[in-house]
Design a protein around this ligand. Structure first.
Ligand SMILES: [Zn+2]
Length: 263
């Protein structure tokens, strides 16, 4: 199959994304807000409220169980292609607003940061972290994974994922890590700015596939770009996050008949 038609296939399933925005729980999830209050259901990662139970908690979360394009997945056999669609960055030094929302450490980003994917502009809304990684590479997980969540005017999402591995201290993360909120808390603005491009690995080879949010309501509206090269974080940085979130990763889901592209 030609690259062009593969890409067409990959973006096909995003039709209907705008329609999904009728569900308040989806808008809240993309924004990083807990939707507990709307349903009286507190999803999480424990035996009582973990990923195996999400699909039964409320009809809004059914796709977590029934969906055929769920994320994360194991990144194994992929179709190699010269590039996975035109990906361009317009990231800048920016103010960040940090919160512990009970599920992760999440940073809202001021307007003005975006990517262009397949000639469509996607604005960066927020980024957050998982421990351990959600995606795996040929069965192997990394200590952490960063997700940068973008949305375009049609309501389609593009999430960039970066693996974090143990190594030297990550200076780009320092302004965030110096004051990690240990318990669920209201959002506050952190001092200084972060140059977002420094959060990404220098080498931009990546996997691409179509999937879902990895948290309820698990909506299947996400163009996933997962960078192959991990970035480093120190043992202290890992421990600091892990002490707040010992486990906030959904296990890998069935790939079913989906294409996985690799650049
Ligand atoms: Zn995530």
């Amino acid at each position: 199959m030609q690259r062009r038609s593969l890409l067409k296939y990959l973006s096909m399933s995003t039709a209907g994304a705008a329609f999904s925005f009728g569900f308040p729980s989806l808008a809240a999830a993309i924004d990083g807000q807990s939707s507990n209050k709307q349903h009286g259901v507190d999803w999480g990662y424990s035996d009582e409220n973990g990923p195996k139970l999400w699909g039964e908690m409320t009809p809004d979360y059914q796709v977590c169980q029934m969906g055929k394009q769920q994320s994360p997945i194991d990144l194994d056999v992929a179709v190699h292609t010269e590039n996975i669609g035109s990906l361009r960055f317009s990231y800048h030094s920016t103010k960040l607003h940090i919160t512990n929302n009970g599920h992760t450490i999440l940073l809202h980003v001021d307007r003005g940061n975006s990517i262009t994917l397949d000639n469509k502009k996607f604005d960066l809304l927020q980024f957050h972290f998982h421990h351990p990684s959600e995606h795996t590479v040929k069965g192997k997980s990394y200590p952490m994974e960063l997700h940068l969540v973008h949305r375009n005017a049609e309501g389609e999402l593009a999430v960039l994922a970066v693996f974090l591995k143990q190594g030297k201290e990550n200076r780009a993360l320092q302004p965030i890590w110096k004051d990690l909120p240990k318990t669920k808390n209201p959002e506050h603005t952190i001092s200084g700015s972060v140059n977002l491009i420094e959060l990404l690995p220098p080498e931009k080879k990546a996997y691409r596939y179509f999937g879902s949010l990895t948290t309820p309501p698990c909506s299947e509206i996400v163009n996933w770009i997962v960078f192959e090269e991990p970035v480093q974080v120190s043992t202290q940085q890992l421990t600091a996050f892990a002490s707040i979130f010992p486990q906030n990763a959904r296990p890998v889901q069935q790939r079913n008949h989906r294409f996985l592209l690799e650049s």
